[in-house]
Design a protein. Structure first.
Ligand code: GLU
Ligand code: ZN
Length: 288
């Protein structure tokens, strides 16, 4: 399977406006932009501002500034997740009607305690969302109206049973098919949260609904998100959405070999910009 070509190639860069973009973002956005350009496709920007507390207009403005400085362009207006509540609720309703969601009333500390118990004090299993949920609330009723005020979890065992295997084609570093089995998903991922208390949707649900709404046919993003992709593919199957190709790229690391986080403000694009670096020099620095 090869990547889509021409107008059929649609990719996106989807940052959260919760801090300044760093070198890793410059690589991710630059690579996606170049791949689209090379293929005669399109590059979209999407603001993943679901975290209302940490998302700031100033960071949004800085994202546009940094990306423009790097030579990137995208169609306006950009999609923002804070305006997509109705679409997320529609998808959640669909999953609820299929009996695949249940309300979870656990607090973080309850989950930690329950996850530790069966392993006699050992460290609980960590999946893409942190501790693999021990299933405490799985027996909660799944009938009646959607309990929007609670966190909603996906019954991943049942979901996998309905969907079969979650399979996708990797086009990045080590290309080839990736197949997640039901056992892997139940043991290593667990019942992920798709809707948080007081939020519209979690990252996993929003990213899948939005990639489909934007017609994204190739997701270009960092290797760090590859372990979440089987969850996304599973949701695409359950919701009857088209399944994009995936290109997970290498991560830009700092001198100590650690991956860059948003809090490493010294590595922020704007810091290099202010220090007088040119966009061309930055592209060379990150190997674009
Ligand atoms: N918003 C996510 C981030 O800030 C990226 C989501 C994605 O590319 O799927 O890392
Ligand atoms: Zn629970």
């Amino acid at each position: 399977m090869s990547l889509p070509e021409g107008a059929a190639f649609v990719t996106r860069f989807a940052p959260s406006p919760t801090g300044p973009l760093h070198l890793g973002h410059a690589y991710s956005a630059g690579l996606a932009f170049e791949m689209a350009k090379e293929r005669g496709g399109s590059f979209l920007l999407r603001l993943e501002d679901l975290d209302r507390e940490r998302s700031k207009p100033a960071f949004e403005a800085l994202i546009a500034e940094d990306l423009s400085w790097l030579g990137l362009s995208w169609p306006e207006p950009v999609m923002r997740q804070s305006e997509r509540g109705a679409a997320y609720r529609g998808a959640l309703q669909q999953l609820w009607d299929a009996g695949l969601l249940y309300p979870c009333t656990c607090r973080r500390k309850d989950i930690r305690a329950a996850a530790r118990a069966p392993q006699e004090g050992g460290d609980p299993l960590i999946g893409p969302d942190g501790i693999v949920y021990p299933g405490t609330c799985r027996g909660a009723p799944r009938t009646g109206p959607v309990p929007w005020h609670e966190a909603l979890r996906l019954d991943i065992g049942l979901a996998m049973e309905r969907a079969g295997t979650a399979r996708f084609e990797e086009h990045g570093e080590a290309p080839g098919p990736r197949i997640a089995t039901c056992r892997q998903m139940t043991e290593e991922v667990g019942d992920v949260v798709l809707s948080r208390r007081g939020w519209d949707a979690s990252y996993h649900l929003a990213v899948v609904v939005d990639d489909a709404a934007q017609g994204v046919s190739c997701v270009v993003r960092g290797q760090d998100l590859a372990e979440a992709t089987p969850i996304h593919v599973l949701l695409q199957i359950l919701l009857g959405l088209p399944r994009p190709a995936y290109f997970h790229h290498r991560l830009i690391r700092d001198d100590a070999g650690k991956r860059l986080a948003k809090r490493d403000d010294a590595r922020a694009i704007c810091a290099y910009r202010e220090a007088g670096m040119s966009a061309g020099e930055m592209r060379a620095l990150i190997g674009l």
